[in-house]
Design a protein around this ligand. Sequence first.
Ligand code: R5P
Length: 294
Amino acid sequence: MYFDAIIFAGYEALAKEMALTPIPWEWHHFPDQESYVRVTGHVPSHVNILCGLNQPDSKLFSLMLLSDALRECGAKHITLIAPYLGYMRQDTRFKSGEALSSHVLGCVLSSTVDHLITVDPHLHRIHSLDEILTIPSSTVHSYALIADYIKIHITNPLLIGPDLESAQWVKTIADLLQAPYVIATKERHGSTDVSVHVPKLSAYTGCHPVLIDDVISSGHTLYQAARSIQHPDLAIVAVHGIFANNAHSLLQSVSSQIVTTNTIPHVTNAISVAHALIEEIWRSRCDSNARPQD
Ligand code: R5P
């Protein structure tokens, strides 16, 4: 069985790998930047949207318009497959007067779609997506996929997390690989101003250091961590590669092996979440069919 989906620009390759059947639609912006959407293909009652929420400001309102158009065309249940969920790092008010972005995102998505499937959301002070959503959601984890990649491509790995928030990925992957790990400490002074302190690695001579993080945005967290490790064969592996501005070239200056999953399309994508996502769509479709209907 194939699943029908609206595919956002950039996600065609992942959609193909997932064997999703694209529903024809139009999406463009007027000269004043307002969005226009129109669904031109057949819409089944249970429909999917594949749209990663990197660069979210330009996509979120279009998603709301799309949801309206899909429902007008007969959709009764909309599943949003957002391999990357933006706005999750501002999960508390760090300074008074700030907006609680993750909660606002949760409200918007809950009133736009009926189910969310995502990959490794940045959950730190929030422990479950249920804390920000009023719709059901499913999370796909990339731990095993990343562990498989490292097992095949890197001998004798030493996993290094650049900050406390990366610890959940680093520890789980280290566990799967039975490999050693260390967690560094980070202080963020601004978007591109961070300092990272990596503990002494003298006990791990002969190991191949692998920096692991969930998100590469400006790249400065991993850049500073790499500078303090200073190893000629340092590898960098991240779940979500946003690579804002010059992040990619910045990281290329400290590592010749930079790898991400394909939750956000980028030349560094070498680990695919396609099968894990399609399995999750199947699982949630079976669950919703099993649930009593209103
Ligand atoms: C932070 O909490 C995340 O785990 C990443 O470390 C962070 O998002 C990386 O951001 P940047 O690449 O801008 O330093």
